[in-house]
Design a protein around this ligand. Structure first.
Ligand code: CP
Ligand code: NVA
Length: 336
């Protein structure tokens, strides 16, 4: 069956089938190769792309901008102080205005409901650049990175350790469930994902052959092919540092944890930004207050031979480009 994603939004990976995700990963790999050869593309020629960011971003914003430009598109950034979104103007009205002007909209914000409204009312593809609930474009990059490393996805043992109920854990659950990974979330029970989402992932696993496991014991890292972590406190939750540090300190990715996996070939993944050294002002404030020197990952592991975090970062751009080209661009120009 020919895959055609034209006009589709990406609000969560639940919106896409296994075959469609596979198609996006293959397209991303092809676009990566094309860029390495220095070929300027035209799949997004004449397309105006709105980038609405209500939270800060380095990778995602930069990835959308460069990806759009590489294929001839014109990105326009709108930060949280630039729009009236939901404050002076309803999300529905803003969606209808932007939909008449732009050919695609990336949105980073808080509530998943906002991005659903944007997609429902703009009439153009809307891409989730991170909400409190999901971060689907990050997981596409993560899957591409794993595939590049091991050559395949099915059966790869991916362990996510840390805050088990944030946007990353949620989206990895869906991505792993769709693509047949052997996926474990290691987290204190208080921070396990919503039951309904676990059930959803278990349902996906019936079709894909994925394994979905939850554990409160860091020893469940045994024989991991990839160990993934994220910050202990996500954007918007800054009041919760004290509680999270208490809950998550036993779940730090450090040399001991890597050893417990007993797999020399394993890779370490993190969506970034990460608190792993003494070089950030927010980190320093927290370390001094709570007597720490690193948080979710130690400097030793972050800078080790296991780390693939910057490969992941780069892959944000190639996968986001694939999403924009497939849903809002001229896909036929890619094979020319
Ligand atoms: N991983 C990620 O989304 O990074 P940014 O917050 O810098 O966009
Ligand atoms: N869980 C993190 C991911 C950042 C890319 C956050 O939402 O802040």
């Amino acid at each position: 069956m020919e895959i055609d994603l034209k006009g589709r939004s990406l609000l969560t990976l639940l919106d896409y089938s296994t075959e469609e995700i596979e198609y996006l990963l293959e397209l991303a790999a092809k676009l990566k190769e094309k860029k390495a050869k220095g070929i300027q593309g035209s799949a997004l020629k004449g397309k105006n792309i709105a980038l609405i960011f209500e939270k800060t971003s380095t990778r995602t914003r930069a990835a959308f901008v460069v990806a759009a430009r590489d294929e001839g598109g014109m990105p326009e950034f709108m930060g949280k102080n630039d729009l009236q979104l939901g404050e002076k103007e309803s999300v529905k009205d803003t969606a209808r205005v932007l939909g008449r002007l732009f050919d695609g909209i990336a949105y980073r914000g808080f509530a998943q409901e906002n991005i659903q409204l944007l997609a429902g009312y703009s009439g153009v593809p809307v891409w989730n650049a991170l909400t409190d609930q999901y971060h689907p474009t990050q997981v596409l990059a993560d899957l591409l990175t794993i595939k590049e490393e091991f050559g395949y996805l099915k059966g790869i043992k991916l362990v996510y350790i840390g805050d088990g109920r944030n946007n990353m854990a949620n989206s990895l659950l869906i991505g792993a469930g769709k693509m047949g990974l052997d996926f474990t979330i290691i987290s204190p029970e208080e921070l396990w994902p919503e039951k309904s989402l676990i059930q959803e992932a278990e349902k996906l696993a019936l079709n894909s052959g994925a394994k979905i496991k939850l554990s409160a014991d860091p020893a469940a890292v045994y024989q991991a092919d990839a160990i993934y972590t994220d910050v202990w406190v996500s954007m918007g939750e800054e009041a919760q540092f004290a509680e999270r540090i208490k809950l998550l300190s036993p779940y730090q990715v450090n040399a001991d944890l890597i050893q417990q996996a007993e797999n020399e070939q394993l890779i370490f993944l993190h969506c970034l930004p990460a608190f792993h050294n003494r070089e950030t002002s927010i980190g320093e404030e927290i370390y001094q207050k709570y007597g720490l020197k690193e948080m979710e990952v130690t400097e030793e592991v972050f800078e080790s031979k296991y780390s693939r975090v910057f490969e992941q970062s780069e892959n944000r751009m190639h996968t986001i480009k694939a999403v924009m080209v497939a849903t809002a661009g001229d896909i036929s120009s890619i094979d020319e």
